[in-house]
Ligand binder design. Structure first.
Ligand SMILES: [Zn+2]
Ligand SMILES: [Zn+2]
Length: 115
């Protein structure tokens, strides 16, 4: 188990390291994932625009990433497609195995006309 606690700055609610956080969007407390770093909320599925490249935290936008779709990749499995509510950038995050899949399906259905 990596102990990277000192790297945590409080500013970043969605951090690359696997630690509990409070979701900025829905206010739920999110437990660590356990097998990889959690990069989005499993309840509302929102993420945060903090990476230029995955995990680098080099992005200064910090806008909310809204889940807008789902991609099924043969190698990587399901990837959630996000659009930043602030700058409009499209990002992708790997789906976690405790994500709310029903909610994801709803989002996909509601947004499918855009694709
Ligand atoms: Zn949430
Ligand atoms: Zn952004």
């Amino acid at each position: 188990m990596l102990s990277l606690h000192k790297k945590m700055k409080g500013l970043f609610m969605f951090i690359e390291i696997d630690e509990p956080f409070i979701c900025e969007k829905c206010g739920k407390s999110v437990e660590p994932l356990g097998y990889t770093s959690r990069d989005h909320c499993p309840y509302c599925l929102y993420s945060k625009h903090v990476d230029k490249d995955p995990g680098d935290r080099a992005e200064e936008c910090h806008g909310a990433l809204k889940p807008i779709g789902l991609e099924n990749n043969a190698k990587k499995g399901y990837t959630i497609i996000y659009q930043c509510e602030k700058c409009g950038a499209i990002r992708k995050n790997k789906m976690a195995n405790d994500d709310d899949f029903d909610l994801l399906m709803k989002i996909v259905a509601e947004n499918s006309f855009k694709f």
